[in-house]
Design a protein around this ligand. Structure first.
Ligand SMILES: [Zn+2]
Length: 309
């Protein structure tokens, strides 16, 4: 059995998708009306942090989605507005703490159990804060993803470092903590790509990110590897990917990284790939995936106390 979880990070529309400075949510409304009406249960990760209190999303119609089997979880960003504009706060521990604790207090729905951070940013410090709030699992880990990016003004954005992180669920704070890290799916680089990426970044990189609403070749390589794992007897095996709701505003020829056409085609493609191999699959939500990886009779979570930041 292959379990498939699709998450939706409920962010505002990005500028390249028609958004205006962190203010509009046309993509989210479209996504709720569109993929919310499909038969695939989505895990909607609702923003709640110092920029957007989760309670402001009460009127978006999430209750109706929950009644249809969808699930709500928490998406916590670390956007901060400075004199030069918005940037990703990574250093100010007091501010990060406030962002997480305020975000939790204003989360919708209340007392979330599952979280994924903006830009997949976590450090041992932030993970301990989430664990202290009773979070059961973090879905931020993106194995081998490393980014020290800045925007055109030189401000930090999209920062993360998951170099060498496991591709299987693991306990980043050690087995004494209940907080489980459930890594997102990635694809294995070819030898040539591995060499060129490693030379360019001067870091040994083995895997790349996969977006279910993005590049079909990456999705195919990732999913083919998972199907091989199922055939080899590994259990549990899951495919975990995310969309941003503004992808629903764009078609495949709009020149943006995520779009609704690739989302539909990629979902059709992975279902067909599984059927061709006669491997059963099931769409699951965050709490179902958490249950599957923790109570599995096969390979459970990796016991490690390593945190990646
Ligand atoms: Zn986000």
């Amino acid at each position: 059995m292959l379990h498939i979880m699709i998450g939706c990070d409920c962010d505002p529309d990005r500028p390249e998708y028609g958004g205006d400075n962190h203010t509009t949510f046309d993509g989210l409304r479209r996504a709720i009306a569109d993929i919310g009406a499909s038969s695939i249960p989505i895990t909607w990760l609702v923003r709640s942090d110092l920029e957007f209190p989760g309670t402001m999303f009460r009127s978006f119609g999430f209750e109706a989605l929950q009644a249809k089997g969808h699930e709500l979880a928490w998406h916590c960003h670390f956007w901060r507005k400075g004199p030069q504009g918005w940037y990703q706060e990574c250093q100010d521990l007091g501010w990060l703490r406030e962002c997480i604790t305020e975000g939790y207090q204003n989360a919708y729905p209340a007392r979330p159990r599952f979280v994924r951070t903006g830009w997949c940013f976590q450090t041992p410090f932030t993970l301990r804060l989430f664990a202290g709030l009773g979070i059961l699992a973090d879905f931020s880990c993106s194995p081998d993803m490393v980014s020290h990016a800045t925007d055109t003004n030189g401000l930090p954005v999209d920062r993360q470092n998951w170099l060498g992180a496991p591709t299987r669920p693991y306990y980043p704070l050690g087995a004494d903590s209940q907080l489980l890290e459930i890594p997102t799916s990635t694809y294995p680089f070819s030898l040539i790509k591995r060499l060129t990426r490693t030379l360019r970044t001067r870091t040994l990189l083995r895997r790349g990110s996969v977006g279910i609403a993005g590049d079909p070749l990456r999705v195919r390589r990732c999913f083919a590897e998972l199907l091989r794992q199922v055939k080899a007897g590994r259990d549990p095996v899951y495919f975990l990917s995310y969309i941003h709701p503004d992808a629903m505003l764009a078609g495949a020829n709009s020149g943006v990284a995520e779009n609704r056409d690739d989302l539909r085609n990629n979902l059709r493609m992975i279902e067909q790939m599984a059927q061709n191999e006669r491997i059963p699959f099931k769409y699951v939500t965050a709490s179902e995936l958490y249950r599957i990886v923790t109570i599995s009779s096969g390979e459970g979570p990796v016991q490690t106390s390593e945190s990646y930041e």
